[in-house]
Write a new protein. Structure first.
Length: 285
């Protein structure tokens, strides 16, 4: 399922919990771990703004080399050391790499070079990363959060095809031996139905949306899987249910939400969910 895992760590933010989760999953799935430390190019730009504008190009290049050297040393002495400490008694294939560039762009280039099944990363809303990654890659992205239960919350709605989430949620539940909870949200802020190809319908009545939800719940029941049907905001209902069951992991699919409160446009839905959810999230893209 997750045979080749990419662990991107930015020089802007590091969470040791990401490494711990990666090792946990690698043991379960017999995965290869690929640790990618990204030296953010913005740090060079910020330094250029602070230094005297009359410095020569050679002097600026020397400053850049010093910054890179400092970051490489930090990666070797902290991050790579942590990884090797966690792995020294494990039989897990492991590779490490250091690259320079912008977080999302560097990851996308890495995905072009090598095939990965999963990205595991941390999330810090106070740092300078814009997390375009959530919307711009097409493999699952696991954002490591908090939680020590053995519960999964799988979220489906009228705003997604609802095909990959059930499949991957059931597989994960069995492999990890975690309890699986399904939630189907009828999002009353964006009253459309997204089909299996990801295409949005025309505006539907609330009864049409509820009927679609009841069909989903019924189909889950045929497979002896209990699903709860609720209505309201996708984001709010997801966070509320995750808190209610104390989820360790929340799985969210290709939600095509375009409208929010009062019909206002919704942008960066995944980032908004990540900002509000303290638990780990798996975005199935």
């Amino acid at each position: 399922m997750f045979k080749n895992i990419l662990i991107p760590i930015s020089s802007e933010f590091y969470s040791k919990n990401v490494l711990k989760r990666s090792v946990f999953l690698a043991e379960k799935f017999k995965s290869t771990l690929n640790l990618l430390y990204i030296i953010e190019e913005k740090s060079f730009n910020q330094t250029d703004k602070l230094v005297n504008s009359y410095r020569t190009a050679a002097e600026k290049e020397e400053t850049k080399k010093e910054l890179i050297s400092t970051q490489v040393l930090a990666a070797d002495n902290i991050i790579f050391k942590d990884a090797n400490d966690l792995l020294k008694t494990k039989k897990i294939a492991f590779e490490e790499k250091i690259l320079e560039g912008e977080f999302t762009d560097t990851i996308k280039k890495e995905l072009e070079k090598k095939s990965y099944d999963l990205i595991i990363m941390g999330f810090e809303k106070e740092c300078n990363l814009n997390y375009r990654l959530f919307e711009e890659v097409n493999i699952p992205v696991w954002i490591e959060g908090f939680g020590d239960s053995k519960k999964i919350l799988a979220v489906c709605s009228n705003l997604a095809p609802n095909q990959i989430v059930p499949k991957i949620s059931i597989e994960l539940s069995k492999k990890l031996d975690w309890d699986l909870n399904f939630l189907y949200v009828v999002d009353t802020e964006d009253s459309v139905i997204v089909d299996e190809k990801g295409k949005r319908s025309e505006i539907k009545s609330e009864e049409d949306l509820m009927s679609q939800g009841r069909i989903f719940v019924k189909n889950m029941g045929k497979n002896n899987i209990k699903a709860e049907l609720v209505k309201g905001s996708l984001e709010k209902q997801t966070i509320q249910k995750a808190e209610e069951i104390n989820a360790n992991l929340v799985i969210v699919g290709r939600e095509q939400k375009k409208k929010g409160v009062l019909g206002l446009p919704v942008r960066n839905l995944k980032k908004k969910i990540a900002e509000r959810c303290e638990y780990s999230i798996l975005f199935v893209n």
